[in-house]
Design a protein around this ligand. Structure first.
Ligand SMILES: Cc1cc2nc3c(=O)[nH]c(=O)nc-3n(C[C@H](O)[C@H](O)[C@H](O)COP(=O)(O)OP(=O)(O)OC[C@H]3O[C@@H](n4cnc5c(N)ncnc54)[C@H](O)[C@@H]3O)c2cc1C
Length: 425
């Protein structure tokens, strides 16, 4: 299936050709070649791919997706828990609540119809101290307000009948939670979008843009060219794309790209914050659990939880580590530090043993890490997804997606539906 990465139609061929053959000497803006396109999606993560699929399959639009990476889904979309969330955690009437509940429904249907590996294994959210029981009840109330069905409060005996290795005082059972193979999902969405004329152009970075009259002009460059940029001269684009519609779904880089679009009111672009989350796996051990096990959420994340992949392998995580000093160009090239330091396990053992006392010393092994695209810092409370259209920034044909952290994977198809409706109204 790597064939999906190859240029498949004239737009990509033109782009690849132009990026390869343009001289590397600085170009004045008037000498930069321009290319008209119908719809441009910036970023081939699960959200950008779902948007491309929605615009091409459902609305018959011609879509070009550009990504600075050599293939799709190399960012946050392949560095997460792969959980299909039910919609419990988010404030009622928030975009997160709405997109999660709607997205879950669309995702289960899509996975079933397209044979994308997934499993509705259910989740237990557990209270381990008396002070956590009211928080668990509040989560149940919130979930019901959000339209999550079949939530059940269990006492410890019932929960431990489901999961004999578990220790808790009470648990909230969420049967509609599940897991999905995110790579297979993206592969399926890419294949469908491509078969409806969408073109994917990889190693193609958006470095800025400007508004000229009624036109949005997007400045792109080959990823190699920006990787070799000396940081002193001006960063020139190699090609200007002139799309009718633009969706900025560049994940961690979406606010930086928006800030580089001249003519977009700067005050409306939220500040970016980044919170790394690391995972540890269990060495040489069969999973002690059959369901997802989550503690009560913490600031910045959902707490070090148990998730399973479709082979039954267990992983614990993610924790929350705020990171700073992220610059635009390294972020466009996904040059984040994704290493998992072994010493972080020290904090994992006590966190996991609160609900899994049988965890043996020395059994955790470093897994992988992902980075949450946050719009608020450590002390600022959580924020909602931000979907900015003409109503906010005044530019027709442009949608910016900011802060698409969890539950962005679950929500991808609902976000795509909403973005298409916003653009094509
Ligand atoms: C630790 C962790 C755990 C999570 N767990 C879950 C979960 O269990 N369930 C759930 O529903 N959600 C979860 N999420 C959230 C989910 O992973 C994200 O919401 C989702 O993957 C976001 O997808 P995206 O397409 O917006 O971004 P991304 O996947 O980051 O895609 C953005 C793309 O833009 C490209 N790009 C960047 N800059 C440029 C540029 N200048 N030009 C061109 N392309 C560019 C990147 O290469 C990348 O491919 C989790 C997130 C994290 C960090």
């Amino acid at each position: 299936m790597l064939g999906t990465m190859k240029p498949t139609n004239s737009i990509t061929k033109t782009i690849s050709h132009k990026l390869k053959n343009i001289s590397r000497t600085p170009l004045s803006s008037s000498s930069i070649p321009k290319e008209k396109v119908d719809c441009l999606v910036i970023g081939a993560g699960v959200v950008g791919i779902a948007v491309a699929k929605e615009l091409s399959v459902k609305h018959g639009r011609e879509v070009l997706v550009v990504d600075s990476a050599p293939t799709f889904g190399t960012g946050t979309s392949s560095r997460n828990s792969e959980v299909i969330h039910a919609g419990i955690y988010y404030p009622p009437n928030s975009l997160k609540a709405f997109f999660c509940v709607r997205g879950k429904e669309l995702l289960y249907k899509y996975c079933k119809d397209h044979e994308v590996p997934h499993k509705q294994i259910g989740k237990l959210i557990v209270a381990n101290g008396l002070s956590e029981i009211p928080k668990l009840s509040a989560l149940m109330t919130r979930g019901i307000q959000n339209g999550v069905e079949s939530l059940t409060m269990m006492d410890s005996y019932e929960a431990m009948t489901l999961e004999p290795e578990l220790q808790c005082l009470k648990a909230l059972w969420s049967p509609s939670s599940g897991i999905v193979d995110s790579h297979s999902l993206m592969l399926s969405l890419v294949g469908e979008a491509e078969s409806h004329g969408t073109t994917f152009s990889y190693n193609t970075a958006v470095i800025g843009g400007h508004i000229e009259g009624n036109e949005i002009q997007i400045h792109v460059s080959g990823s190699n060219a920006i990787a070799n940029w000396n940081g002193r001269s001006e960063l020139d684009s190699e090609l200007i794309l002139v799309p009718k519609l633009v969706v900025n779904s560049a994940g961690l880089s979406a606010p930086a790209i928006a800030k580089r679009m001249k003519g977009l009111p700067n005050g409306i672009i939220p500040a970016s914050h980044y919170a790394r989350g690391c995972y540890f796996t269990l060495s040489n051990t069969k999973s002690p659990f059959k369901h997802l096990i989550y503690p009560i959420p913490e600031v910045g994340g959902l707490g070090v939880h148990v998730t399973l992949d479709l082979n039954g392998q267990v992983k614990f995580g993610p924790d929350v580590e705020w990171i700073e000093g992220i610059h635009d160009i390294p972020s466009f090239l996904n040059m984040f530090d994704y290493s998992v330091r072994e010493d972080r396990a020290k904090q994992f053992y006590p966190a996991i043993r609160k609900y899994y006392p049988g965890l043996k010393d020395g059994s955790l092994e470093p897994g992988y890490a992902g980075i949450r695209p946050k719009l608020s810092g450590p002390e600022e409370g959580s924020t909602d997804f931000v979907v900015q259209g003409e109503d906010i920034h005044g530019i027709s044909g442009l949608v910016n997606l900011f802060g698409i952290e969890s539950p962005g994977l679950t929500s991808c198809m609902a976000i795509a539906e909403h973005v298409a409706a916003k653009l094509l109204k």
